[in-house]
Design a protein around this ligand. Structure first.
Ligand SMILES: Nc1nc2c(ncn2[C@@H]2O[C@H](COP(=O)(O)OP(=O)(O)OP(=O)(O)O)[C@@H](O)[C@H]2O)c(=O)[nH]1
Ligand SMILES: [Mg+2]
Length: 428
């Protein structure tokens, strides 16, 4: 499933991995490569445009640019973008008054009859009873095929010869009511979407049944052709969902990436093989992982986030001065006071004068410093101390105490073991 698309995307992502920090020119080059791969995968141009635009916008964000993990960063962005394009999961609707009626439409050979069998299997596994009804009456083979599939999945089957379609539908509903069957699954003849007369027949069937779900069965092997088919069926008949079949043979992925975004019709199930059990609920997260070729997105995100945290901390460490110190004091106050966080700093020397009552005093002293003094506290000599003490209504002794405490903090920060404690405590 999606081998070519996945391989193409992975090659570009690997190339990101061989770079150093993520740069603008790497991003531009990568976007061009992604474009070629998506077009080769037969993805609709609107979707290609949207994917590239989101990836570019995200990759160029300040917080993501210069990432030290370019491959992981772009993989995460691509994953989130494709997830957005695939849309939210959409489950089968159930009628509040049974039976729930589901009718399957689609062009010839798309997998309607097989999908009826698969759906019956899916529903029976969830404890429901099903009744399969053939409406492809012109082709005796179609009726036999559904009868055989129904036997395999042990679903009920209803058909009576020489009944017109509307009578057959009416009687099927009666049978289901009488036998308290929870789901009726209707198989319809394969119709070419460009033939209006044929499409009208299907529309009449839908109006006759008034189903809870009108699902289009469409082969993903048709690539963008599937989008055109879905648009026509939506316009001429009305659809509530899509079953995308033959994903097992689809190395490109163009259909699955395009159909939901372009038509706005939700994908409900995917067919992944010829066997009756080869049906999966549409799960965008799992499909995106398969497209992008990653097993564990959560781990990847964790890795990027923890590196970001580390970088944030590194920058703060470099910038540790009275400006950031004041910010820290203020955030400590917001956290509920100094005493509540000092517990995280067992290595703080006993003589460090970090008294809760002194906080106000510390703030006043820092606020009386010039910007230069706050950034380069080493320049604070005797004269400056005098001026600061006066300006803050404190004593030179108080200023000295603060400068001493500031040095203690700075030393603690350059001690690797304490770094972790401070970070865990959220002080810095
Ligand atoms: N590999 C694969 N084959 C599938 C899948 N779904 C259906 N098929 C095959 O596609 C072929 C056509 O399937 P049908 O269920 O007969 O298609 P249909 O839409 O009912 O066809 P008509 O009734 O002729 O319009 C069969 O050979 C199925 O086995 C799938 O998900 N994967
Ligand atoms: Mg059929």
């Amino acid at each position: 499933m999606f081998e070519n698309l996945r391989k193409g995307l992975r090659d570009v992502l690997d190339r990101f991995g061989r770079k150093g920090l993520l740069t603008r020119s790497d991003i531009e080059e990568g976007l061009n490569d992604f474009k070629k791969i998506l077009i080769e995968a037969d993805v609709n141009y609107k979707v290609v445009k949207e994917i590239l635009s989101i990836v570019e916008q995200e990759a160029l964000k300040e917080e993501n640019l210069k990432s030290a993990l370019p491959e992981e960063q772009i993989t995460k962005i691509l994953y989130e973008t494709i997830l957005k394009i695939l849309g939210k999961p959409s489950s089968l609707k159930y009628s509040s008054i049974p039976p729930t009626e589901i009718v399957l439409f689609g062009i010839q050979g798309s997998g309607k009859t097989t999908s009826i069998g698969k759906l019956a299997f899916y529903l029976k596994n969830r404890g429901y009873t099903t009744l399969n009804v053939p409406l492809d009456l012109k082709r005796p083979g179609a009726i036999t095929q559904l009868r055989e599939i129904s036997d395999i999945v042990q679903s009920k089957f209803y058909y009576e010869e020489n009944l017109p379609i509307n009578k057959l539908i009416k009687k099927a509903k009666e049978v289901a009511k009488k036998e308290k069957i929870e789901f009726i699954l209707y198989d319809t003849p394969g119709r070419i979407h460009i033939d209006n007369e044929m499409m009208n027949e299907l529309k009449n069937i839908r109006e006759e049944i008034k189903p809870t779900e009108s699902l289009l069965v469409v082969s993903s092997l048709l690539g963008q052709g599937s989008v055109e088919i879905a648009n026509e069926f939506k316009k001429k008949i009305g659809l509530t969902g899509i079953i995308a079949t033959k994903l097992d043979g689809d190395s490109k992925g163009g259909a699955i990436l395009s159909i939901r975004y372009v038509t706005s019709v939700p994908i409900k199930f995917i067919g992944t093989g010829e066997k009756i059990s080869d049906i999966e609920e549409f799960d965008p997260e799992s499909l995106t992982s398969r497209i992008v070729g990653i097993g564990d997105i959560k781990n990847l995100i964790k890795k990027i986030e923890s590196l970001k945290e580390e970088k944030k901390y590194e920058t703060k460490k470099e910038k540790f001065n009275f400006i950031t110190f004041l910010e820290q004091i203020e955030s400590i106050e917001k956290m509920g006071g100094l005493s509540s966080v000092l517990g995280y700093l067992p290595q703080i020397p006993a003589n460090t004068d970090f008294d809760e009552k002194n906080i106000k005093k510390m703030k006043a002293i820092i606020q009386s410093m010039t910007k230069k003094e706050r950034i380069y506290p080493d320049i604070i000599d005797g004269d400056r101390k005098k001026r600061i003490a006066k300006g803050s209504g404190t004593t030179i002794n108080d200023v000295n105490t603060l400068l001493k405490n500031f040095k203690v903090m700075k030393n603690l920060i350059s001690n690797k073991g304490v770094e972790k404690i401070i970070r865990r405590g959220g002080i810095f």
